[in-house]
Design a protein around this ligand. Structure first.
Ligand SMILES: *[C@@H]1O[C@H](CO)[C@@H](O)[C@H](O)[C@H]1NC(C)=O
Ligand SMILES: *[C@@H]1O[C@H](CO)[C@@H](O)[C@H](O)[C@H]1NC(C)=O
Ligand SMILES: *[C@@H]1O[C@H](CO)[C@@H](O)[C@H](O)[C@H]1NC(C)=O
Ligand SMILES: *[C@@H]1O[C@H](CO)[C@@H](O)[C@H](O)[C@H]1NC(C)=O
Ligand SMILES: *[C@@H]1O[C@H](CO)[C@@H](O)[C@H](O)[C@H]1NC(C)=O
Ligand SMILES: *[C@@H]1O[C@H](CO)[C@@H](O)[C@H](O)[C@H]1NC(C)=O
Ligand SMILES: *[C@@H]1O[C@H](CO)[C@@H](O)[C@H](O)[C@H]1NC(C)=O
Ligand SMILES: *[C@@H]1O[C@H](CO)[C@@H](O)[C@H](O)[C@H]1NC(C)=O
Length: 600
């Protein structure tokens, strides 16, 4: 019998061999840099298409990918396009003799959080598998490649041996006390892992899904949607095909799936590592196992994974007739029947009959479009609103719903449903893009009316943690392409730097923008996005917001204890009602730290 040490050493050697050394395999024909925001006010309509693509959509996609480049951690390559970024945190992992440098900063702060990041990577790969023809047509395929590789290469380091996945770099409590640029980030930073002996089933599975979906994309897979009536294949990105890389990614997927299925006890990673799980604690792991199992089946062409996935798929009284959960980094339930239908269409030997999954998907989407989903409403301006989740960042749940409604609209059982789901998707994306009472896109740098004050320590240029809003008076750098949290339930947007529910930026917020942009390009939508014709100035709300960052609203003056008590009551009520809204928990924790930081 081999000793544990020998086993780990052998595993480590095997994995180190797999860590890729290049960051991109194709070179962009032309370097893309975000144009000035004023270009978002130039109507292009049908007159100015390049390869049939409206340049406004190229800029949306180009800027959304550029945002990820701005969030890079580690030693930056000389061709990094964000002139104001520096190499940073190059010794991450050193306290644990593991190289955890690289990857992306999670949001407006500097932690690196594996679990939500894996959802971000999976959804970018998924939209590329569905609408990837958009990338070469807009000359963004090299940037898709570098965005994915920068993330996947880091995840490969985080899966440092067959028994270990590092789930967090940086201690949230320390990180939330720092407001400043990328040169002075406090270090050396702590890192936290889940292991075969102390498992994080949700994190293992979510990471397996990210590797499997990406391996499938890099295998050169031609797409996950039916061809269009003229025979066009919308999905896949042939130019980034790389069998070596795909196989390396699949080895990681295999290892992580093994950890997810075979380590015990099965438990969420926040139980195994409370500090690591406190910013993004997940509700459960079953959805992650089902989601990962489907991706494993696709990537490996092996139906046995489907059977395993289905043992974690909602059924009976917990089935889709009662599933209300928003789709996000925590909850993948709503995505399951959509992915299953796409798989069935792609390969009937994996799923011979898609009827069950069509029924489930339609049980979900019909209740949404009919306004009958419990705990979900629409704002006056039309934004879908999930109690709890949307209060912490309103655009993300609506845009993720738009993403899967857009995908599923290709498989609906009646043409009335197809158009209802398509309208759902279009309305939410149009809301993001300026069809809203704010009179601008909720995307930084896209239009003169874009938000000016994203909650981002590195873009703000400020170092005064007690005066985030006004120091400096104007945000120093434009964080092009960043989707902000979003407006409140009255469709009001205050554009305050410290109002993190509305103005924070995050890796997962941008993934559905990428999906929306590639879908429109691939489907040859050439009409301008709504912001192009927004005239007049942005309709910035005045006064103070009422949300987790401004819990006392206009009245102010509640004691800290009273504020926390109110928040806890709200959380308990919401949790009881919706059955665990961990996004809200994350924001509540952030809010606790923020109170300390602001000295309130
Ligand atoms: C494929 O990816 C591997 C691993 O990243 C890399 O070493 C190789 O150069 C790539 N091949 C091509 C043709 O780009
Ligand atoms: C076409 O694009 C050019 C360059 O971006 C721009 O100056 C011009 O206004 C556009 N034309 C129309 C009709 O939008
Ligand atoms: C979109 O337009 C391009 C030509 O510009 C064409 O090759 C492609 O087939 C069209 N796609 C669809 C889905 O119609
Ligand atoms: C990582 O390093 C920290 C600080 O030295 C230590 O407390 C922790 O136990 C280490 N974790 C592992 C898994 O070795
Ligand atoms: C990068 O370094 C330069 C100094 O070389 C500094 O002015 C700039 O603020 C730094 N960028 C960030 C995001 O902190
Ligand atoms: C479809 O799935 C089967 C396994 O059920 C696999 O053998 C086959 O390679 C897959 N086909 C494609 C095109 O992926
Ligand atoms: C139904 O779900 C339960 C777990 O919730 C699982 O044990 C069971 O295998 C599932 N049944 C089917 C038929 O998928
Ligand atoms: C698919 O399953 C449904 C019920 O789940 C059934 O009514 C239908 O006949 C099946 N279709 C085929 C082709 O087997």
């Amino acid at each position: 019998m081999r000793t544990a040490v020998a086993q780990s050493l052998a595993a480590l050697v095997a994995l180190v061999d797999l860590v890729p050394t290049t960051h991109a395999q194709i070179t962009p024909q032309q370097i893309y840099q975000p144009p000035p925001a004023s270009s978002g006010a130039v109507s292009q309509q049908q007159s100015n298409l390049t390869n049939g693509v409206n340049p406004q959509y190229t800029d949306l996609l180009g800027n959304a990918l550029w945002f990820y480049e701005a969030q890079r951690s580690g030693a930056l390559p000389s061709n990094n396009r964000v002139s104001w970024r520096n190499s940073s945190c190059e010794n991450d992992g050193s306290l644990n003799n593991t190289d955890l440098s690289g990857g992306y900063y999670d949001a407006g702060d500097y932690i690196k959080a594996t679990y939500p990041f894996c959802w971000t990577m999976t959804s970018i790969a998924w939209s590329a598998l569905s609408f990837g023809s958009a990338y070469s047509r807009s000359s963004q395929d090299a940037y898709l490649d570098s965005t994915l590789r920068w993330g996947l290469d880091w995840l490969s380091k985080a899966h440092s041996d067959q028994d270990t996945l590092w789930v967090l770099v940086g201690n949230p409590a320390v990180d939330d006390q720092y407001w400043g640029g990328d040169l002075d980030i406090p270090g050396p930073r702590s890192s936290y892992s889940v292991t075969r002996q102390n498992p994080g089933t949700d994190a293992f599975a979510s990471c397996a899904a990210a590797f499997a979906a990406s391996a499938y994309l890099y295998s050169g897979e031609s797409g996950l949607l039916p061809t269009s009536p003229n025979g066009a294949n919308l999905g896949g990105v042939p130019s980034i095909r790389n069998r070596t890389y795909s196989e390396a990614l699949l080895r990681h997927a295999d290892g992580l799936w093994d950890l997810a299925i075979n380590s015990s006890p099965r438990q969420v990673y926040s139980v195994a590592q409370p500090v690591a799980g406190q910013s993004y604690p997940s509700s459960d792991y079953e959805d992650d196992l089902a989601f990962a199992g489907l991706w494993m089946a696709l990537a490996k062409g092996d139906a046995s994974y489907v059977n395993e996935a289905l043992t974690f798929y909602p059924n009976g009284t917990n089935g889709f007739a009662s599933t209300n959960a928003a789709l996000n980094w925590d909850r993948k339930v709503a995505a399951l029947p959509v992915l299953a239908v796409q798989m069935a269409q792609r390969n009937t030997s994996l799923i011979p009959n898609m009827t069950r999954f069509q029924t489930d998907a339609e049980l979900y989407f019909d209740r949404l479009t009919d306004g009958k989903m419990q705990y979900v409403s629409q704002t006056k301006g039309g934004l879908y609103w999930w109690s709890g989740d949307s209060d912490a960042a309103s655009l993300n749940p609506a845009l993720n719903a738009a993403f899967i409604a857009d995908l599923y609209s290709n498989f609906a059982t009646t043409s009335a449903k197809t158009s209802a789901y398509r309208s759902l998707a279009d309305s939410q994306v149009d809301y993001l893009l300026g069809d809203n009472s704010y009179n601008g896109p909720y995307i930084v740098g896209q239009h003169p009316n874009s938000p000016q004050n994203p909650h981002s320590a590195m873009a703000s240029g400020g170092t005064d943690i007690t005066n985030i809003n006004n120091s400096p008076p104007k945000e120093l750098h434009v964080l092009y392409g960043a989707v902000v949290g979003g407006p409140d339930k009255q469709d009001r947007f205050f554009d305050l730097r410290d109002d993190y529910p509305e103005t924070e930026i995050a890796l997962d917020y941008n993934a559905p923008l990428i999906a929306a942009a590639v879908s429109r390009i691939a489907r040859n939508v050439t009409k301008d996005p709504p912001y192009t014709t927004s005239s007049g100035s942005a309709n910035v709300a005045s006064g103070r917001p009422t949300d987790a960052a401004y819990p006392a609203g206009k009245s102010g003056g509640l004691s800290k204890g009273a504020q926390i008590a109110i928040a806890v009551v709200v959380v308990v009520v919401v949790l009881a009602a919706v059955g665990g809204v961990s996004w809200w928990q994350r924001e509540r924790l952030k809010w606790w730290y923020r109170q300390k930081k602001m000295g309130l």
